[in-house]
Design a protein around this ligand. Structure first.
Ligand code: 13P
Length: 340
């Protein structure tokens, strides 16, 4: 394990104003996103869409890394330049989603555990050769108002995250550790905070047990937020305060950055929450983003599979990146965005 290299990559991804573009939708997920804008999910459409994202001018000011899916890491621009090389030449680090998605946790109805550890060392070796500098593994924590998640489900997911992170670091690939407490459901923000606390405590216990080098990883947490079906949606400042309180209690200062997922928040909400956290002053870690939907939903809506919409789609991506770059410094104003 090359600690210096791991730390350098982790820090580069969350350099000033920067965050991550999560463009690692698996086959079924990108199909769902394309369906919503009536684009057929062919290999060529997926390639073209990612090419539009990765060739958007000037996003390197705000994007330190892009997470790719297996298929995309093997694809290239229309001119034949592999996407990983294109990104790297622009100063954007290419990363790869390596988990194989969640499966039902045996004997624990309503809970899931992420799979994909078998053969992971070999897959990582290949991904590294294809240019990946970092990886991502997403654990999914389902939440209800009482029983779920239980201690066993949390421990199983935390253990898998730690095994994945250790494998990455052994091969000098920076692990992004993503324990996502889902927004689905009617749970309150208090319940989300309680569950997120338990999950993060378990994750850092396992990372420690597995000898993971904290300075050479990034954490991709959910924000502390009420479930989408909860009657009371907390105001922005409450989300920011609860999230930072929870992070400060459980995330060691040695971790260089938190790159929050958007998890189903609107693009503007995700930016506003990030901004509110950064407006609260400096924290032990960089407080940044690794958004999928919150960066891409407006781009997909502008593109709709039409070449004529290319410029509008790229303008939309640059704009969202720029606004999140401002939010990295607590300088985003939603009212100005809405007036524009
Ligand atoms: P969202 O920002 O759309 O939640 O996606 C981030 C991600 O990579 C989930 O694994």
């Amino acid at each position: 394990m090359n600690r210096q290299q791991l730390a350098a990559v982790a820090n580069a991804i969350v350099a000033r104003q920067k965050g991550v573009l999560a463009a690692d939708e698996s086959g079924p997920t990108i199909r769902k996103r394309f369906d919503a804008v009536e684009v057929e999910a062919t290999g060529e459409n997926r390639r073209r869409y990612r090419e539009i994202l990765f060739t958007t001018e000037n996003i390197e000011q705000y994007i330190g890394g892009v997470i790719l899916f297996d298929e995309t890491l093997r694809q290239a621009t229309g001119d034949g330049l592999p996407f990983a090389e294109l990104l790297q030449s622009r100063g954007i680090l290419p990363g790869i989603k390596v988990d194989r998605g969640p499966a039902a946790l045996a004997l624990h109805p309503g809970e899931r555990v992420t799979e994909g550890l078998d053969g992971l060392r070999d897959r990582l070796l290949e991904y590294r050769q294809l240019g990946a500098k970092f990886a991502k593994w997403r654990a999914v924590i389902d939440i209800d108002e009482a029983e779920v998640p239980g201690a066993c489900g949390i421990r199983a997911n935390a253990h898998a995250l730690a095994r994945y992170a250790a494998l990455c670091q052994e091969l000098d690939v920076v692990p992004i550790v993503e324990p996502e407490v889902l927004m689905d459901g009617a749970h309150t923000i208090q319940r989300c905070e309680q569950v997120t606390s338990r999950v993060l405590a378990a994750v850092f216990t396992e990372l420690d047990a597995h000898g993971v080098f904290l300075e050479g990883m990034l954490l991709k947490p959910n924000m502390v937020i009420a479930g989408l079906q909860c009657e009371r949606q907390a105001p922005v400042q409450e989300v920011a305060e609860a999230t930072l309180r929870c992070m400060r209690r459980h995330v060691p200062a040695a971790v260089p950055g938190l790159v929050f997922l958007s998890g189903g928040q609107s693009a503007a909400d995700a930016t506003e929450h990030l901004n509110a956290m950064n407006a609260m002053g400096s924290q032990p870690w960089q407080v940044s983003f690794s958004y999928g939907r919150a960066l891409q939903a407006p781009v997909l809506a502008a593109w709709r599979g039409q070449e004529d919409n290319l410029a509008a789609a790229q303008r939309m991506l640059f704009r969202r990146c720029e606004l999140n770059g401002l939010a990295r410094e607590g300088k985003y104003l939603r009212a100005l965005e809405e007036a524009a």
